[in-house]
Design a protein around this ligand. Structure first.
Ligand code: DAH
Length: 355
């Protein structure tokens, strides 16, 4: 019987070598270890042996069974690995292959304008910050000195996140789509050491009546500088320098006094309209970009309000700062001579491809 077991082992090993798929492995297992398999067949003769021999044959046949199972498992792994290699080889991509490409994609004008602005500000030593598009009421309004019931809240017609999310929350912790990039000022002042010198490009949302200058979703660039001895003069210098690099030599800027709850004093800055060259007219028709005024409002700015600084743990007696909020869409429209920034969102390839 011992010889039969040895023979079985040899035959099995040979048969295993010629298997090449899992189906064949299954068949082999059945053939050797199945209910009516070869091992069972040999063991059928065990009853005629002495007790002593029975024991050794049991042990040996068990070892053989373990041996067969192990070999089958290894082979199965080998087959899997080979299969995987074949897939890898057959699906390999040649990344160096050349395709005849006709229309290469290119950057959206708003991205181009944003990158232009980033370059200018990085060269002035600013750092780029980022913030979430879904913001809390506290950061979007409260900490910017716009408490609940403040009339300034009306200016920012707001998209609130659905009631289920906000239902059980106090007003200040409710979520909304940020109406401006200004909350990133707060986020930065709360976490960074002074002095701070940042810009924040980002997408903002308002429930707007759409026209040539207004869209429900647009892009802003926030600037913030906080440190010792920062003055309104620094604000003007930074603005002039940035505008000179960004727009054209003959661009005029004008400051108008304004009110923002988070700055004091505050101003709005207009540039002479690049579309109608400040005349308010295009071919005897009213310029829609500047509503025929010859000026386009580009940004709001001011000295950071002491209450905002205090709220972020900064002593307004010792430190001061200035901030800006700029409309990137309008910059892009001015820079590229597009008469309505709304056109940037209409997926008009003919328009976008020009820049
Ligand atoms: N957050 C204002 C808005 O969206 C714009 C703004 C005005 C930002 C003055 C500022 C600022 O940082 O100082 O209308």
């Amino acid at each position: 019987m011992k010889e039969k077991l040895l023979e079985l082992k040899e035959n099995f090993s040979k048969a295993l070598e010629s298997t090449s798929n899992t189906q064949q492995l299954k068949e082999l297992e059945n053939m050797y270890l199945g209910k009516k398999g070869l091992l069972k067949e040999i063991l059928a003769g065990i009853k005629n042996l002495s007790n002593e021999d029975k024991k050794t044959i049991w042990v040996e046949s068990n070892e053989l069974k373990v041996f067969i199972l192990k070999k089958l498992e290894w082979k199965s792994k080998e087959i899997e690995a080979q299969k995987f290699e074949e897939i890898v080889a057959s699906e390999a991509l040649d990344v160096t292959a050349e395709f005849p490409s006709k229309d290469l994609g290119h950057k959206h004008p708003i991205t181009t304008a944003t990158e232009l602005l980033e370059d200018i500000f990085i060269s002035l030593g600013f750092k780029i910050e980022d913030g979430p598009e879904i913001e809390t009421d506290k950061l979007n309004f409260d900490m910017l000195n716009i408490p609940d019931n403040h009339p300034a809240r009306d200016v920012w017609d707001t998209f609130w996140i659905s009631d289920e999310i906000n239902e059980d929350k106090e007003l200040w912790e409710k979520y909304l789509l940020r109406t401006h990039t200004s909350p990133v000022q707060i986020r930065t002042m709360l976490k960074e050491e002074l002095p701070i010198k940042i810009i924040v490009p980002g997408r903002v949302f308002r429930y707007e009546q759409e026209d040539a200058r207004h869209t429900c979703n647009f892009y802003q660039l926030e600037w913030l500088v906080v440190g010792e001895g920062v003055t309104f003069g620094d604000l003007k210098w930074t603005l002039d320098t940035a505008m000179k690099s960004l727009l054209w030599e003959d661009t005029k800027t004008r400051f108008r006094p304004s009110i923002f709850p988070f700055t004091e004093p505050s101003a709005e800055v207009d540039v002479s309209c690049q579309i109608c060259k400040g005349t308010g007219k295009i071919k005897e028709k009213k310029c829609s970009m500047c509503s025929a005024t010859g000026w386009v409002e580009l940004l709001g700015c001011g000295m950071v309000h002491p209450k905002v600084l205090t709220g972020c743990g900064i002593d307004p007696e010792k430190y001061s700062g200035f901030a800006f909020g700029m409309w990137i869409d309008r910059i892009a429209a001015q820079r590229f001579g597009v008469s309505s920034s709304r056109m940037f969102y209409q997926s008009k390839l003919k328009l976008n491809e020009q820049f």
